[in-house]
Design a binder for this molecule. Structure first.
Ligand SMILES: [Zn+2]
Length: 414
C-alpha cells in the first residue's frame, strides 16, 4: 500500500448500498432487527461476499459468525476484526456495517497485495449488537464473554413473548447455547472499525480516531413511594411527596457526577413517571431511571455510592420508601496499548491524520475486551448523526478507515 495512492473502495461502497437495501423498512431507511427476515437476508449476503473472498465461515449457536482467512500458522490464535449488521428501526447504512464490510475489504486489500498472514485473520459478525429485540445490547459479544450467562440469555423474551431459543433455532442457529462462551485467548487481538457516532472527527477534520477507552453505563430503576392526597386539603407539614423526593435524588445525582472533576463522568435521569399525575394531587409514586457513565469504573461506582447515600438520607428525612433495581453495570474498557500503537503507526504510514479519543457509546468491543486485547478505530460521520436514515460516512472517510485497518491487521497478524 503506497501512502500516496488512496485505496479504491468502489466495490465496498456498492456493497454497503446493497446491504442497506436489505431492510424491513422502505430504503433508504434501514431496519434490520436481529433474526428478522431482513437480518437473515443481510447475513446471507455478507456470507456470500466472504465466501467469494475465500474465507471459511462458521457460526455459533446464536449466530455470531466467523469468516476466517487462514494464516500460515493456523494453530495460533487469530487476529479478529468485525462489528454488527443488525440495525435499530429507522437507522442508516453505516453503523456496524462499516466495521463488517470494511473489515472484509481490508482482508481483500491484503489478499490482492499478496500478503500472507502468519496468524489467521477472522472477521466477526456479532449477533444483535442493538437492543431492539431483547432489550439488551451487544447480545452476541456479551454471551461470548459470558458477561450474560447462557441461563440469563435463555430467559430473554422479545415483545411478543418469544424466547431467544425459539428465535435462534428458527433462524437456523442450533447447538447448546453454552457453547457460545469462549475462553480468554480465543482471539490474539481484536480491532473494530466503526463510525464515530459523534461530531468531533469531522469538526476537527481528522481522518481516524484511535479509541483509548470505551465508556460503559450503569443504569438503575428507582421507585419512590410516598403518600398521595389532595393538593389543597393536605397541608405542607407531614407530606410525603414522592416527586419532591425524586427531585432531590435527581439533583444529588447531578452533583455527584459533577463532583468527580472528570469530563468523562456523566449522570442522567432520562425517565420520570409520576403517579397519579394530576395537577391537584400529591404524587404518591414516582419511577426514575438513572444512567451513569464513565471510562473509569471506580469513579463511576463512586457516583453510584453517592446516590445510594442520598437515597438513604432522603428516605429517612422524608419518610418515603425507595427501592432500587440495578438494570446493568457493565465494565468500562481500557483499550490495549499495543494495538493502539499498531493503529498509530499504521495511520502514520497511510498518511492519515489521527487522534486518540474516547468512545462514549457501547460497542461489541466493550465485551470482546473481556476475552482479548481490544481497540477500536473510528472514522467520522457527517454531523455526528447516527441511528437515523441520513447517517453518512463519505467514501474518503471509509477508505481511510479501511486503509489504516488493513495495515493494522497486517501488523498484528505478522
Ligand atoms: Zn454499532
Amino acid at each position: 500500500m503506497s501512502t500516496r495512492t488512496e485505496l479504491k473502495i468502489d466495490g465496498l461502497i456498492a456493497e454497503l448500498l446493497t446491504l442497506g437495501q436489505i431492510s424491513e423498512a422502505e430504503p433508504p431507511v434501514v431496519t434490520r432487527v436481529v433474526f428478522s427476515e431482513a437480518d437473515l437476508r443481510g447475513r446471507a449476503y455478507v456470507r456470500s461476499l466472504c465466501e467469494a473472498a475465500g474465507l471459511t465461515i462458521t457460526a455459533d449457536a446464536i449466530g455470531n459468525t466467523f469468516a476466517r482467512w487462514q494464516g500460515s500458522d493456523p494453530e495460533l490464535a487469530p487476529v479478529g476484526t468485525g462489528s454488527h449488521i443488525d440495525a435499530i428501526p429507522n437507522a442508516g447504512l453505516y453503523d456496524g456495517c462499516v466495521g463488517v464490510l470494511g473489515g472484509l475489504e481490508a482482508i481483500r486489500v491484503l489478499q490482492k497485495l499478496g500478503f500472507k498472514p502468519r496468524r489467521s485473520i477472522e472477521l466477526v459478525i456479532f449477533t444483535s449488537e442493538e437492543p431492539t429485540r431483547f432489550g439488551i445490547g451487544c447480545l452476541g459479544s456479551r454471551m461470548m464473554a459470558n458477561v450474560l450467562t447462557p441461563k440469563q440469555a435463555l430467559a430473554l423474551r422479545d415483545k411478543e413473548g418469544r424466547g431467544l431459543d425459539e428465535l435462534r433455532t428458527q433462524a437456523g442457529f442450533t447447538g447448546p447455547v453454552e457453547s457460545v462462551v469462549v475462553s480468554k485467548g480465543r482471539f490474539h487481538q481484536f480491532v473494530e472499525l466503526h463510525i464515530e457516532q459523534g461530531p468531533y472527527l469531522e469538526e476537527e477534520g481528522i481522518d481516524v480516531g484511535l479509541v483509548t477507552h470505551i465508556a460503559a453505563p450503569a443504569s438503575q430503576r428507582i421507585v419512590i413511594e410516598g403518600e398521595g392526597g389532595h393538593a389543597g386539603g393536605k397541608l405542607m407539614p407531614g407530606r410525603k411527596d414522592a416527586l419532591a423526593a425524586a427531585a432531590e435524588l435527581i439533583l444529588a445525582l447531578e452533583a455527584a457526577a459533577k463532583s468527580t472533576g472528570a469530563i468523562d463522568t456523566v449522570g442522567t435521569v432520562g425517565v420520570c413517571d409520576v403517579f397519579p399525575g394530576a395537577v391537584n394531587s400529591i404524587p404518591s409514586r414516582v419511577l426514575i431511571t438513572t444512567d451513569i457513565r464513565d471510562i473509569d469504573r471506580t469513579r463511576r461506582d463512586a457516583v453510584m455510592s453517592a446516590l445510594a447515600t442520598a437515597i438513604e438520607e432522603v428516605t429517612a428525612r422524608r419518610g418515603v420508601t425507595i427501592t432500587t433495581e440495578l438494570v446493568n453495570a457493565d465494565p468500562p474498557t481500557t483499550c490495549d496499548p499495543a494495538i493502539l500503537e499498531a493503529l498509530e503507526v499504521s495511520a502514520k504510514e497511510a498518511g492519515k491524520t489521527y487522534k486518540r479519543m474516547v468512545a462514549r457509546a457501547y460497542h461489541d468491543s466493550s465485551f470482546v475486551s473481556c476475552i482479548a486485547p481490544t481497540a477500536m478505530l473510528f472514522i467520522p460521520c457527517r454531523g455526528g448523526v447516527s441511528h437515523r436514515p441520513d447517517e453518512y460516512a463519505s467514501p474518503e472517510w471509509i477508505g481511510s478507515g479501511v486503509h489504516v485497518l488493513a495495515r493494522t491487521l497486517a501488523r498484528l497478524a505478522g
